[in-house]
Design a protein around this ligand. Structure first.
Ligand SMILES: Cc1cc2nc3c(=O)[nH]c(=O)nc-3n(C[C@H](O)[C@H](O)[C@H](O)COP(=O)(O)O)c2cc1C
Length: 259
């Protein structure tokens, strides 16, 4: 159809990389495209950590739910939701005095600011994914970077209004990864609604999950499990990593608010 759609329709997460490093000019172009992402108020409420130190990559394997492929990725970027830069800039710009003169409150970054900064960071991250694909590079998001907030805060010297919302690992995919089929998605009728939200009922769920139900893995881990919903509840929603993520985010929100 066109090269952009080709990339979007054929992208898949890549977790196994060739040993080949990523060329400096390729990396520079990916970064340029990343920083061109739309950003709220053109304020760029995000920062990016380019992790080049192998010891840090090795540590991230452990702090991000033991995912060894992180250490083997030639390029690792952490996307930080960042309101600290602007908040510091406000102080630097004499906003405190302005507020006193005008009798307005010098408020702290709050929940809305956090979500806006997360939006900015994630939109930039997806630009990086697409730009990387255009050079034949594969990537994978690591959501587990939201876990272990206190550890990451210390590791990366993060101030109160900065939070690692996503990590991306990049590399040239191995032949086996290139040959792999793209994953399936739910039918759009379950995802896209006209004008108002449609809550599913029993029949809807049956239809929506029919394909996944057929592919339900069999084995020790799934013994006693009768459907895909139960499988995913145990594997994802009720997993230790998922609980840790919520604990970590709760702690971060406290620090972000109190800052
Ligand atoms: C927010 C987010 C977090 C993710 N976290 C991880 C992760 O920690 N580890 C991993 O292997 N894949 C992770 N993924 C990749 C998803 O598992 C993947 O996108 C999904 O299974 C669909 O496969 P596809 O991207 O190949 O189409 C994450 C994706 C997103 C969008």
């Amino acid at each position: 159809m066109n090269p952009t759609l080709d990339i979007l329709l054929n992208r898949k997460s890549v977790r196994s990389f060739e040993k080949r490093p990523i060329e400096a000019d390729v990396k520079a172009k990916i970064l340029e495209a990343t920083l061109r992402a739309p950003t709220a108020g053109n304020m760029m409420f995000y920062s990016i950590l380019d992790i080049t130190d192998q010891r840090i990559k090795d540590r991230l394997v452990k702090t991000c739910d033991n995912q060894p492929f992180i250490a083997r990725a030639p390029m690792v970027w952490i996307f930080l939701a960042d309101y600290q830069r602007w908040y510091d800039y406000f102080f630097h710009s004499g906003v405190e005095t302005l507020c006193a003169e005008r009798k307005i409150e010098m408020r702290k970054p709050a929940e809305g600011d956090l979500f806006l900064a997360c939006s900015d960071a994630l939109i930039a991250a997806q630009n990086a994914v697409v730009a990387a694909e255009s050079f034949g590079l594969g990537s994978c998001y690591i959501g587990d970077i939201m876990e272990n907030y206190e550890t990451h805060k210390e590791m990366f010297n993060l101030p109160p209004h900065v939070f690692p919302i996503a990590m991306l690992v990049f590399g040239y995919p191995t032949q086996q990864q290139k040959d792999r089929k793209v994953t399936t998605r739910f039918d759009e009728k379950f995802i896209v609604f006209e004008n108002e939200y449609q809550r599913l009922d029993g029949d809807g769920f049956k239809e929506m999950f029919a394909e996944r139900e057929k592919a339900l893995p069999q084995g020790k881990a799934t013994r006693g499990i009768t459907n895909y919903g139960q499988h995913m509840f145990l594997r994802k929603f009720n997993s230790e990593f998922s609980k840790e993520m919520s604990r970590s985010v709760r702690e971060m929100v406290k620090v972000w608010r109190e800052g």
